[in-house]
Design a protein around this ligand. Sequence first.
Ligand code: FES
Length: 153
Amino acid sequence: MALYSEKVMDHFRNPRNVGVIEDADGVGEVGNAKCGDIMKMYLKIDNDIITDVKFETFGCGSAIASSSMATELIKGKPVSEAMALTNKAVAEALDGLPDYKMHCSVLAEEAIRSALKDYERKQRGEDVPEEKQHDEDKDENRFCCCTTDTAGE
Ligand code: FES
């Protein structure tokens, strides 16, 4: 049996929603301090609905496929549904990830949550400088073995 599902390979080779939203309503960045993997999510939200989402990932193929699938899963959905998205749901939508690659899907869940938290902070009128948007407490206890970059695509 192949290590990666066809869906993983498809989303890795043709990632959806890669890029930047300049006037995003919420931006979230999470990373792994040990290996340097970084995932950044940008959200456009209108009337509680996620109308657009883009990502940049500096990470492995599973991280790119997870980011891509996660953006597809939350686009057009209410904020509450996006907030409830789990890495398990992302991995299932990809028809599975190898056990040792499950942590890559966690990065997608956390990047979306971080962007949603940023959106909620902005809704409350709290302005967060971009350099503080990186969710540093999520950086610990992960490991990584390889990197591929979607930034600049
Ligand atoms: Fe997958 Fe680093 S994010 S190995």
